[in-house]
Design a protein around this ligand. Sequence first.
Ligand SMILES: [Mg+2]
Length: 439
Amino acid sequence: MTQQLTKARITAVDTHDIRFPTSRWGWGSDAMNPDPDYSAAYVTIRTDAPDGLEGHGLCFTIGRGNEVAVTAIDALRPHLAGTELDETPAGLDARYRALAGDSQLRWLGPEKGVTHMALGAVVNALWDLYAKRQGKPLWKLLADLTPEELVAVADLRYLADALPPDEALLILRRAEPGRAEREARLRAEGYPAYASSPGWLGNSDAHVASAARRAVADGFTQIKLKVGADLEDDIRRCRIAREVVGPGVRIALDANQRWELGEAVEWTRALAGFDPYWIEEPTSPDEILGLAAIRRAVAPVKVAAGEHTANRVVFKQLLQAQALDVVQLDACRVGGIPELLSILLLAADFGVPVCPHAGGVGLCELVRHLAAFDYVAVSGRLADRTVEYVDHLHEHFTDPAVIARGRYTAPSVPGFSSTLRPESLRAYAYPDGAIWRTA
Ligand SMILES: [Mg+2]
């Protein structure tokens, strides 16, 4: 049921350049990104409503260029400032289409890169505010919409050859009878997670071993290792990790786009003896045919990708080309809730599991909502599904991701969990926040 609310007008769209100096601490290093400073181009939408609630959204970046993303969000401000707030899914959909359809900004993509990520930040902030005003966590708000409402919200443009609206509706209707039962199970048991922190390329061998051991003790049944810089190092680290976790725990590998096609096949085969579960981003994220060729060559090792997939059209083609075993949805890469819904529907249509990308800053907080919603109302499945978990920067959020026995706890606070604490917004503001002034 959609709650009727008093009318509200958007009074401010504030942007913030927030950066965490994670490169100083050696967090997040991989074969392509040796020194990331996890950052958020952050947007706050305020209204004149007496409830004082705000919508919060973000683009995740890894440092330099965060100011470009902030500027791209700023470019959307004229569409929002002074306008009346959308209080229904249909109203939010109309707003999304107006934002996505800004023809002059669209020229910069279309539907890819910084302007598209900025669109996602703003659209997600609007959905955050809507869920807060409805008093529901976003996953629950979405799971309470009818199949017809969800199809109306999902952005199905350019997907009709693979996923016509009536097929999308069928997927959602099929999942409808079991919603309540799965919601109860989700609240009781949480959603499976896997641990990426053991595997940063900057970790020493001893750290890989101790962190992998701790992950298993904490209840994780899958860990991930970064690979792709040096084959001898990768062989040694895979051996260490496999010895520590034993045969029953899945080890995923992530090459972060490092390889040419032939190299990807050879390198993955060289590590196949350690029984890797998937190889992630073996090559360029735009390599649709190449990913399909790699997948055929490295089976039974699975191919996973999606954190850099620009939009739903590329996901469609990856699935049509049978290039992916695992869809790695990212909450902040594409155009926000309408496009995220279309990607979940595509994956369900092709029967490919979604294992969302997370980590960074805020990605775990946001994407757990989408995984929960997918389980309750779209795919209805948990088998071979798991959400990435990285154990840092959660303390900066007012509704941080919570992990218990290797599973994400279902969020219970209204909104999209994208709200940074005011003190973190101040301290990590770039370049004038306290943390950067003392660098
Ligand atoms: Mg990755």
